[in-house]
Structure formats: C-alpha cells, structure tokens
Design a protein around this ligand. Sequence first.
Ligand code: ATP
Ligand code: MG
Ligand code: MG
Length: 588
Amino acid sequence: DSPKPSNFLRQVIERDLEQGTYNQRNWGGGPGDAQQHQAGDRDPAKIRTRFPPEPNGYLHVGHAKSICLNFGLAADYGGVCHMRFDDTNPEKEEKEYVDGILDAVKWLGFSWDANGTEHLYHASDYFDFMYRAAEYLIEAGHAYVDEQTPEEMRANRGDFGRPGTDSPFRSRSIDENLQRFREMKDGKLADGSAVLRAKIDMASPNINLRDPTIYRIKTAEHHNTGNKWCIYPMYTFAHPIEDALENITHSLCTLEFEDQRPFYDWLLDRLAEGGLINTPHPRQYEFARLNLTYVITSKRKLKQLVDQGHVSGWDDPRMPTIVGLRRRGYTPESIQLFCDRIGVTKADSWIDYSTLEGALRDDLDPKAPRAMAVLDPVKLVITNWDELHGAGFLDACSAPVHPHHPEMGRREFKFGKELWIERTDYEETPPKGFHRLFPGNKVRLKYGHVIECTGALRDASGAITEVQARLVPDTKSGTPGSDAVKVKGVITWVAVADAVKAEVRLYDRLFSVPQPDTGETDFLEELNPESLKVVTGYVEPSAAALKGDDKVQFERHGYFVGDRKDHRGGGINPIFNRAASLKDSWAS
Ligand code: ATP
Ligand code: MG
Ligand code: MG
C-alpha cells in the first residue's frame, strides 16, 4: 500500500499521538457519573472517531466521504471508529433506515468491531446522563429556565451587528431554576412554554454563544425511550456529550458546525470542571462537505424524490445513495478510491461528477470481463455465407475475457449468416472520416472475419431493415494471414444464432444542471427528462450468463452491471444497467 497523502486531520492526529494527548486521560474522579455512563472502552493508546448519522433516510455519497474519513483514519492509526445513531430527536424509529445505514457502512468495507467489541451506540441511551448534566449546569449557575415566548427570545438574541438582551428570567435563583426544570421534565409545562438555556454571554460576537437552548419540551414518544421523556436535548448539547461519554478523541464534522465549536468546548469544559466527563475532552475538527455536480446530497430532498415517484426508490440507480450507487454498478473500492482522490480540506468546493465516474472506470477497467453487446440492433446478412460454408453453418469464435489478463480465460461465441450490428455502424453515404459499413467498404467484425458491405434493404418508410455484406475468405481473426486484407474499421457484433435478448437501462444524470440544489429554482424543475432510456439489445452468451451485481464491459459501450433486483441470472431475460460510459461525458 502506498502511504496516503497527508492532510490537516492526519497532521492533528499524528501530533496528538506523538504528544500522547490522550494517553493520560483522567478517568472521571467527580461524582462518578462519568464512570457509570462511560460507553467507550478505556484503551488510551488509540484514536477514537465516530460516524453519527441520524436514522432518517438512506446514506448518500456525502456520507460516504464522512465514513471513509472516520473509519479510514481510525484504521490507519490503530484506532477505533464508533458507529453511532444520533437519535436524540423523538421520531418514529425507521428500522428500514437503521438497517440500511448499517448495511451501507459494511458494504463500503468498514466495521465498528474492534478486538471483538462492537462499537455500536445510540445517542438516546445517554438521555439520563444528559439530564444529569443539565441539572449540574443549573447547580453550577451555568443554565437557566427561560419562559420568554419564542418571539421574544428571537428578538432578544440580537444579530450580527447588535448584541442580545438578557432575558428577564436570566437572573433566577438556582433553586427556582432546578424546580422549574424538574417541572419541565415532569410534564407540568406545555410544549414551547419554556426552555433550558446555557448561561454564557448575550453580547458574544458568536451568536451561538448567546445563551443557546439546550433542552426543549416536546411531548412526543421516542422509539427507544418511549414516553419516559417529554423534554429532549438539543443537538448542540447532545453531540459533545455523546462524544465525551464514548471517549472520542477527534470529532470530525462538516464546516457548518465551525461556529458551534466554541459551545462544544464551553460545554465540555464545564462538565469536566464538575467531574462529569473524562479529560482531556474530545476536540471537534471541521472539514468541507462533499458537493458533487449534478447531484443532490440532502436526505430530505432525496426522500422527496422517492416519495413523489420521480425515481423508483432509494435504490434507483440514478440516486446518489449508497444503495443507488451499488445498484448502478459502483463497487466499494471505486467509492473509496473516489474519497481518497477528493481528499479532505477546509475549503468548500464542488467536485465534478466525472471524478466519481473516473474512479469507477479505473476500478473496473482491470477487473471487469469484456463482452460484446449490440444496443441499437439492425440485422446484418452475409450474402455469400451459404455458398462459402453451407446454409446453417455456425463458425466458432473466441476472445479473451480481458485483454490484459489471459488468466481470466476466453469467451466463446458463434459467427453465422445473420448477425446483429449497431444501426449507427452503417451509412449509405458516409460522412468524411467514417470507416465503418458503407457500400464498397471493408471492415473487420471484431474477433471474426473481414466483410465487404454491399448495401442495405429498406422498408416502405425508408427505414433500414437489413444491411448486407459479403465475407472475405481467409480473414478470420487469429488464423495465419488473416490480416493480409487491410481495413480501417472494426465493429462489434453478436450472432443471431447465440445472442441473448437483453433489457438495457441507459442511465444519464438525474439533473440537467450542474448545481440543482442552489435554491434559486425548485430542484424538481431541474430533473433531466432523459435520465433513463430503456432499450432492447442483444448480448453475447458469456454476458447473458452473468449474475445480478456482476460487472461487465460491453466493448465500445461502457461498464454495465446485472441489475441487483431484476436480473435473474441463468441467461434468462438479462437486465443490465449502464454504470458508466467508456469516455468521460460529464466534465464541464
Ligand atoms: P442530510 O442533510 O443529508 O440529512 P446530515 O448531515 O443531516 O445530512 P447526518 O445523518 O446527520 O446527515 O450525517 C452523518 C454524518 O455524515 C455527519 O457527520 C455529517 O457531517 C456527514 N455528512 C453528511 N453529508 C455530508 C456531505 N455532503 N459531505 C461530507 N459529510 C457529510
Ligand atoms: Mg444531521
Ligand atoms: Mg440533515
């Protein structure tokens, strides 16, 4: 393995390992809460990262960046990456999403198992501790119950140029705050009538430090804790605590959270003072989220595409979800390669879709078997076949499964009087530079024989129904002297006798503009009406024999995959998805 290129996160980790930042962890020593609630194991020599999705949808290619980063760094530095469901929002458990997320992470090649310990956590398991932490903040004078209306609170928060105004409830006594907070917890106050706020600084230039809300009342059932709670922690309060209880060392998040970092540190410093968590506490580092052209990476919007039927489901091969990419023909290796290539930086930018496709081509090129397929078929008839070989004769041809890997063996197929060729390989009046079939021209049928085109038959409407040619004897590929006849064109084909009819789904970009999600227009108006074209083609027998999820390169066409859901294998009604064309058609 070649060493991975360095980046700012690797530098931070290497520095921490070198300085032993997390070697002398102080394991609690306070009121004992930290010990009781500790979720991570105590091995101090490692770094500890986490991947914390909210189970409210399927993971997408943006999450893949975060997964490769968090699991990848932990693996590279002998650490552990925790798989954590960030389920602090009371919402119906979507088991489908939970299972889908775990499947996606595993499929991408990562594991939350370290030395036999499963590091799979749920943020909602820490609700008791979070409540305890909130009471501690009140007891230490760092939090208060605010009963302003939401409108008053918004107005008094101020804005960038204007400091906020203290709430009249800010100076309540500790006892009154405790009593009110317990009433909140006991369901004595209505939803929205009070919140618990951290008492920090209403004049801070960072609005996130102007007494942020840390608990709100929400009478709602939680999938894990049921009706035990009617108050729920805010994400910004819950997340640092989850990290601390799991002994995370490096908490990696996207740049939007940069302004939250001061609160992350403020909160953990306060809890450390109270002996509620271990020290040194985790640190948050921000990296640029993945923005990919022609792609939407918002679970909410992806859900809308599914719910409104613009795609066939979360795993529609046009979706940027991990399940969609998988069904499209992407491999875990290609997605990892993509993530390696884009790297991590602190500057937001757009990655061209061609980078993702390029990683797929580079991964599949050395491994995908080759096959011939005709996707826009017209019949070619060899008019001198009967006199040369006798009616009904089929000639056996073969080709390497992979041009650079003889060990992958050879594929066998027939050549006969009737063949399928691409409609676009014939021109009655050839444009300049056209070297394929036109009357009087000779071409090689790849792995087969040289033929000389004599013309074509047309139906009443003028459409070509049959191209005709004569075989040039003694030109079979691989036989002595077969290259004596020089030709400029080589075309692909399959024999009517042994080719198998196949449904081929030609996918294109789902959106017709590079940045469909910039908010100027409704992203649904940017859907590409031609993102799916289904054609009926013919494939050679070796391709028809592939199983669902098997990849193949159809020569001259690109990379295809047997559709995981619909392709049944066994050579019956094969169904292929185009994963990527051979050439880059995406670069802008
Ligand atoms: P969405 O807005 O699509 O719902 P999210 O960030 O709310 O995304 P989470 O389930 O909370 O989704 O995300 C889990 C992790 O994945 C977070 O740490 C988040 O930063 C990361 N992540 C999400 N989208 C991207 C992206 N486009 N690029 C990099 N990381 C991402
Ligand atoms: Mg989120
Ligand atoms: Mg979100």
